[in-house]
Design a protein around this ligand. Structure first.
Ligand code: ADP
Ligand code: MG
Length: 169
């Protein structure tokens, strides 16, 4: 299922982020695609701040992994893991240690530059693709990859429709 939302400027980004904050929960993996400057980091920051992040902890193991601790917990969620594989040599750190070391059932994991990593992700995941339509605007595509329970899929679709996302089948 492909969902789209077009021409989102920075003023409207928090509406988009709020939908994602409502949708994602513990154990989810979200792959962010888009060129440099598309707005991947900005979206992750906006989602985490809506969830009420209290602290940023840089991983001692990976140069490219930050953990944002959430207190109080939101729907059982107490952390966001943010992986930015912007440099291939950094990406190799993740391959060397194994992707499972960054997946955490108590966290939502966002992976920037995820197209390089997606083929190694065998669990269900979500993909957000961001495209610069104009200097001040972005187009968003959202996809669910793999099978998720029907009731969860319905809830996600309700959120997207409420948020003005369009279904492209
Ligand atoms: N929805 C948006 N509309 C307009 N500008 C945006 C939007 N999202 C991000 N930006 C701007 O784009 C620039 C790059 O954002 P960033 O999140 O660092 O991109 P990326 O992580 O994809 O390289 C920043 O100046 C940011 O303010
Ligand atoms: Mg970035």
């Amino acid at each position: 299922m492909i969902w789209k939302q077009n021409n989102i400027n920075l003023d409207r980004l928090s509406d988009v982020a709020q939908i994602f904050a409502n949708i994602f929960s513990c154990g989810d993996v979200v792959i962010l695609k888009g060129d440099i400057g598309a707005g991947k980091t900005t979206l992750v920051s906006s989602i985490t701040s809506l969830l009420g992040t209290v602290d940023v902890v840089t991983s001692p193991t990976f140069a490219i992994v930050n953990t944002y601790e959430i207190y109080p917990k939101v729907k059982g969620l107490n952390k966001i893991i943010h992986v930015d594989t912007y440099r291939l040599d950094h990406l190799n750190e993740v391959y060397d240690l194994g992707l499972e070391t960054i997946f955490d059932e108590e966290a939502v994991t966002f992976i920037e530059w995820g197209e390089k990593i997606e083929e190694y992700v065998d669990k269900n995941h979500f993909v957000i693709e961001i495209d610069e339509s104009q200097p001040e605007d972005r187009n968003f595509v959202f996809q669910i990859k793999g099978e998720i329970p029907r009731d969860r899929q319905n809830k996600i679709e309700d959120e997207l429709v409420r948020g003005g996302w369009e279904n492209y089948g």
